[in-house]
Design a protein around this ligand. Structure first.
Ligand code: F6R
Ligand code: MG
Ligand code: MG
Length: 373
């Protein structure tokens, strides 16, 4: 059996500073210490701790496969300790995403978001990890379609014979908890028919059609469906594999040259323009937003992340680039247009989606006052 490497990105809102804004240093330090220890013990090979707005993000590379109880337990314990610290510091929303108490082997379904991908290392394996705040898993529907199915975005679909067979998309119906696999280019229209409904269908995985190798893995947590009520947005993460018969890093980033609308933003109840940002701007401010996304680029090397001589992983902050200034400006222009509409649709999400927010509690008060017209 060839050796396999697993990339796990596990994230959780454990509490934040100045409302739902950023993960402060003491919490990042707890995560760093825990993952450093796991690395010294040889359980994991590499790690990188960062934050997407108010979400603590753990990037872990190891050889234990997807859904490994040991890896998930490390993440769970890290989030618990960070949440306890957040509580002692009276940070906002301390422990917000930790919806279950007893860990039973897998962190999925307990609140934190998970994207995992097990790969057989190629001669060289470039990876892009995306992490967003104040939006949901469906924020990846549009860019993933462009990257893996749109020949106007990804030149390789036209030019590279290794991509000619197209890609397969696993789509999750979050309401029914069912999934379906659609193959592009043959089923492009059917795929759009589904994933265009971003409030219900999420792309969970993408495979190259000719050999089924995994190319993208997205988190698909629906916090409201776990908790039964609104507890915050399902701020998503994604792992995408690049180059040599897969979309190039530049093709993976090309959809972010322009802003596009995603659900989330203030109180998880509004359409907002997605803003690609570097790590230094990974914080939501205006109207708790606009929804922001960071992108990290790195190489996989012998079961870990390519590192320097001191063992520090070499990570590139991909959206920290003037090339995305136009998208950021567009995002703010769209933000201003939408905010002028206040609480009127389409600035606010559809009534159906608002069912999962705190709005029904407000409307309930009026119920008895309605008379036949
Ligand atoms: C969105 C989010 C925030 C909060 C908002 C109100 O995902 O977390 O926009 O919904 O700041 O928060 P509370 O109700 O905690 O005052
Ligand atoms: Mg929060
Ligand atoms: Mg968040």
């Amino acid at each position: 059996m060839p050796k396999k490497t697993t990339i796990s990105v596990i994230k959780c809102d454990v509490g934040s500073l100045a409302g739902h804004h950023i993960v402060p240093k003491p919490l990042l330090e707890i995560a760093e210490k825990r993952l450093e220890k796991a690395q010294k013990q040889g359980i994991i090979n590499s790690h990188y701790v960062f934050h997407a707005g108010d979400d603590l993000e753990l990037l872990i590379v190891h050889e234990k496969g997807e859904g490994d109880p040991k890896i998930h337990k490390i993440a769970w314990d890290t989030f618990q300790e960070a949440a306890n610290k957040a509580m002692s510091l009276k940070l906002y929303g301390a422990g917000q995403d930790l919806l279950k108490t007893a860990f039973s082997g897998n962190i999925r379904g307990m609140g934190p978001g998970v994207a995992e991908m097990e790969i057989e290392e190629r001669r060289s394996d470039p990876i892009v990890v995306f992490a967003a705040d104040k939006t949901s898993g469906s924020a990846f529907n549009f860019p993933m379609f462009r990257i893996f199915a749109d020949p106007m975005n990804t030149a390789g679909l036209v030019i590279d014979p290794n991509m000619a067979g197209g890609f397969k998309f696993e789509v999750l119906d979050v309401m029914k908890n069912e999934k379906v696999v659609l193959k592009c280019p043959e089923e492009t229209y059917e795929l759009i028919a589904l994933i265009g409904t971003t409030e219900r269908y999420l792309i969970s995985r993408i495979m190259r059609a000719k050999d089924n190798i995994i190319c993208a893995a997205n988190s698909t947590t629906k916090l409201t469906l776990i908790a039964g009520k609104y507890v915050g947005k399902d701020d998503p993460v994604s792992i995408v594999r690049a180059q040599h018969g897969l979309p190039a890093v530049g093709e993976i980033l090309a959809p972010f040259m322009h802003s596009y609308f995603v659900e989330g933003w203030m109180r998880g109840s509004h359409w907002g323009p997605l803003m690609p940002v570097g790590l230094k701007d990974s914080k939501c401010t205006v109207f708790d937003g606009p929804p922001r996304m960071v992108a990290l680029g790195f190489q996989i090397c012998n079961g870990g992340i390519t590192s320097d001589d001191e063992g520090t992983p070499l990570i590139s902050d991909l959206f920290d680039d003037p090339a995305f200034d136009m998208a950021r400006r567009e995002a703010m222009e769209s933000a201003a247009t939408l905010r002028r509409m206040g609480e009127f649709e389409p600035a606010r999400l559809s009534a159906e989606t608002m069912e999962y927010t705190t709005l029904p509690q407000v409307l309930k008060k009026l119920q008895r006052r309605f008379k036949p017209a």
